[in-house]
Design a protein around this ligand. Structure first.
Ligand SMILES: [Ca+2]
Ligand SMILES: [Ca+2]
Ligand SMILES: [Ca+2]
Length: 86
């Protein structure tokens, strides 16, 4: 009987550990659409939102995140700048 309880406790612990790992993988605790790890990497905190453009390059943080560019560098954008040939 004690063995059954021990197995039950182990199984419960496993479920809790797996569930918490999933939460960490999807971390967006401020729910702004930007992964927290990305925000911490570039800004050091979660103060900016997806629609913000702190480097003023006309790309929102969401666009820079999706495009893999630097949201703190105005010369780094998800697409090459449009060159007006007219
Ligand atoms: Ca976030
Ligand atoms: Ca920007
Ligand atoms: Ca940028």
């Amino acid at each position: 009987m004690k063995t059954m309880i021990a197995f039950g406790v182990l199984a419960l612990l496993l479920v809790v550990v797996l569930a918490s790992r999933n939460i960490v993988a999807d971390e967006d605790t401020d729910q702004d659409g930007l992964p927290d790890s990305w925000e911490i990497h570039y800004f050091g905190d979660l103060s900016f939102d997806a629609d913000d453009d702190p480097d003023l390059d006309d790309f929102t943080n969401l666009e820079e995140c999706a495009g893999g560019s630097d949201p703190t560098d105005g010369t780094s954008g998800p697409r090459p700048p449009v060159i007006d040939t007219n």
